[in-house]
Design a protein around this ligand. Structure first.
Ligand code: GLU
Length: 485
């Protein structure tokens, strides 16, 4: 489906390197990518690292790897904003020469004093009403005296409007801007100048970003105009709230892509959840792959109201993807969770058993983190049984004998298949006159040290003859020790 917006577009995702990729940022990146996919064009990744103290190569790599992991593909970059420093300074110089910016020699003390005076009158300080730009003579004198200065943009006094595909035509009334700083006293450009210069340089057509930037946009529009550049179309995405209806923060759990990855979520599930956070194709579809979103995305269907990030929904989605992705894919993403359990690098028969166990259990785990421990009994020499969970079995005097008989039947089976195993267990239950459940539950406990799990016969078949025999024998030993004590 096409939107009324036409392409090709040039969009950009411009995160500041803060040390992690916030899910809000990831959603912005996803919508950039969806628009590029929908309309054609280019998606640029630009790291806004002008605050040099906060950024380093590791942080930049972190953003890139977070994006790669979630499946966002950009076309150009990563470019570093700091590489354009001279270009940004030249733009300030050009604005100075054209009289669209001026040098401001006011000290912070002077400005503070003016602010206090304004506050005393119940007003907020508007720099441009309070301080006149220096005259040419004054400027020359102060420059000669090497007094420090910042460069301020001479903002427009007209009302400022721009097109926003989420909010419609947005207007900021005349007088809502003040002469803002574009170069600091050390000559470094501020965010406002750099972001606009880069968007001009990169010929960005659509600026998709969080609506926390909405109040910056009139400044940017004014700067685009002053630089004689076309003003891009804006797409301000609604805020993401936590389940407490407050801005998403640590209070309600993980906030970064890396944290979700480390908690065992699949990138497909996170992409799905974030893609539908503030946008929907209509109807009540909840499971949508990246491919489907690409086909159905229209910018017009982005909501303007805040979106709530629902962790339960994410867990539910994750469980769906755990079952529906290819086994190889789940295995690939499970690998970092299996390594600490000693279940990586398996080969041959062990690898086959791991894959079979993964297949059997993947629909029972909400996350990869939950899945890992479910696979351990297939490989662990001896399981640890908890007496409290086994009280029911410990009180049945005849159970060890039944389990020994079952183990012997299993061991003698020619074909170790779920059907044959089930037949043996049912025959034994008839022979010793107990219900099948009397044998099924303790066998499950013997094999997994847990009360819950997949169908027992699938489980036993997957576990294999050797491990099944070993676990059953150990469990009989445990019942003997604990039952008699
Ligand atoms: N660097 C800004 C941020 O991380 C984004 C600026 C923009 O997209 O225009 O919030």
């Amino acid at each position: 489906m096409k939107t009324s917006v036409t392409g090709p577009v040039r969009v950009r995702f411009a995160p500041s390197p803060t040390g992690f990729l916030h899910v809000g940022g990831a959603r912005t990146a996803i919508y950039n990518e969806l628009l590029r996919e929908n309309l054609g064009g280019s998606f640029i990744l630009r790291i806004e690292d002008t605050d040099a103290q906060r950024s380093d190569a590791a942080m930049i790599e972190q953003i890139c790897s977070g994006l790669r992991w979630i499946g966002v593909q950009w076309d150009e970059g990563p470019f570093l904003q700091s590489d354009g420093l001279e270009r940004h300074q030249q733009a300030a110089q050009q604005l100075l020469e054209q009289g669209k910016a001026f040098r401001c020699f006011r000290t912070s003390e002077e400005i503070e004093a003016a602010r206090s005076q304004a506050q005393a009158k119940g007003e907020t300080l508007r720099y441009r009403d309070f301080f006149a730009p220096p005259s040419a003579d004054e400027e020359a004198q102060r420059l000669a005296a090497k007094e420090p200065f910042v460069v301020r943009f001479r903002c427009s006094d007209d009302s400022l409007h721009f097109s926003d595909l989420v909010r419609g035509e947005v207007e900021f009334p005349a007088g809502s801007l003040d002469d803002f700083v574009i170069l600091r006293s050390d000559g470094s450009p501020t965010y406002h100048l750099s972001v606009v210069c880069d968007d001009v340089e990169m010929r960005v057509t659509h600026v998709i970003r969080g609506d926390d930037h909405l109040s910056n946009t009139p400044k940017h529009v004014d700067l685009f105009r002053a630089l004689g550049a076309p003003v891009p179309v804006f797409v301000h995405l609604p805020l993401i709230l936590g389940s407490d209806k407050k801005r998403l923060s640590k209070r309600t759990g993980a906030t970064s892509v890396e944290e979700f990855r480390d908690q065992g979520f699949l990138p497909q599930a996170l992409y799905n959840a974030l893609g539908l956070l503030g946008w929907s194709p209509g109807g009540d579809r909840e499971i949508m792959s990246r491919k489907e979103m690409v086909e159905l995305f229209t910018v017009e269907r982005i909501n303007s109201s805040a979106a709530i990030f629902d962790r339960d929904k994410l867990s539910w989605l994750n469980a769906q993807y755990m079952s529906s992705l290819s086994l190889e894919e789940v295995a690939k993403y499970a690998s970092p969770f299996l390594a600490p359990l000693g279940l990586d690098g398996l080969e041959g028969e062990s690898r086959q058993r791991l894959m079979a166990a993964l297949e059997l259990h993947r629909s029972r785990a909400k996350t990869l983190e939950e899945l890992g421990p479910m696979l351990v009994p297939y490989f662990q020499e001896e399981l640890v049984y908890v007496v409290e969970s086994c009280q029911k079995f410990l009180s049945q005097e005849s159970l060890p004998g039944h389990l020994e008989a079952l183990a012997a039947r299993f061991a003698a089976l020619e074909e170790f298949s779920p059907e044959a195993l089930e037949q043996e267990l049912r025959q034994l239950s008839e022979a010793v006159e107990v219900k099948a459940g009397v044998l099924i539950h303790p066998t499950r406990m013997a094999l997994t040290a847990s009360k819950k799990g997949p169908s027992l016969f699938e489980l036993v078949a997957t576990m294999g003859r050797e491990a099944t025999g070993r676990h059953l024998a150990n469990f009989v030993g445990f019942l003997g020790r604990e039952g008699s004590s």
